[in-house]
Design a protein around this ligand. Structure first.
Ligand code: B4P
Length: 189
């Protein structure tokens, strides 16, 4: 199985590029952000809990996220692989992912880091907020999300470098150019 992690700060294009990778390689997609927004829309207990964290720009507790991830992963039948979009976001989530995959005879194939300067992230997310009305895409919450990213998520870069799975990708430019770089990295596996 091809198990790809697409990694980057909020607004780096993880969701955008995941769709292109899914279309090219025919693998399944787990976007933890989409799962949470789906639960909010359905008005479930989980959605209610998630909404509070998301609107504050905070991460949902690891224990909840890890359970969600495992059950979503196990829902795929005869899968060629999975793209993990928005997970892991903490060291605890990365460790749990490693264990979860190992228990299923699997491992992470590659971690692709979309590198985008902070002013560009802000511009993209503000624009998305105006177009989609996403509650967490406003200047104040974006600033909090970027802080959370630097404190809790960015340390995963070194973690995956130690695992020899890290590949840096320039996340600035046209969506197709970035996709071509991502495909090249995957095809090199
Ligand atoms: P996510 O839904 O994962 O959202 P994101 O990081 O903000 O966006 P992404 O990087 O996918 O950007 P996109 O492609 O859409 O998370 C939302 C929240 O959920 C988190 O803050 C957290 O609270 C919670 N959460 C999720 N996973 C969690 C976890 N594992 N643990 C705990 N909490 C969790 O691109 C953004 C915009 O840029 C789009 O409008 C797009 O059109 C544009 N864009 C993309 N590529 C571009 C390019 N090359 N040039 C110009 N614009 C581009």
């Amino acid at each position: 199985m091809l198990n790809v992690i697409i990694f980057g700060a909020p607004g780096s294009g993880k969701g955008t590029q995941s769709e292109k990778i899914v279309a090219k390689y025919g693998i399944n997609h787990i976007s933890t952000g989409d799962v949470l927004r789906g639960e909010i829309k359905k008005g479930t207990k989980l959605g209610e809990t998630a909404q509070g964290y998301i609107n504050q720009g905070q991460l949902i507790p690891d224990s909840l996220m890890i359970d969600i991830l495992a059950s979503k992963f196990d829902s795929f039948k005869d899968s060629k692989g999975v793209i993990f979009d928005g997970f892991p976001r903490t060291i605890a989530q990365a460790e749990a992912l490693k264990v979860m995959l190992k228990e299923r005879g699997q491992e992470v194939s590659i971690m692709l880091n979309l590198d985008v300067p902070e002013d560009e992230l802000m511009t993209r997310l503000i624009k998305r907020g105006e177009e989609s009305g996403r509650a967490d895409d406003n200047a104040e919450t974006i600033a909090k999300r970027l802080k959370v990213y630097h404190n809790q998520t960015a340390p995963l870069i070194d973690w995956y470098k130690k695992e020899n799975l890290f590949v840096a990708i320039n996340g600035l430019g046209s969506m197709d150019t970035i996709a071509a770089d991502l495909f090249k990295a995957i095809d090199n596996l």
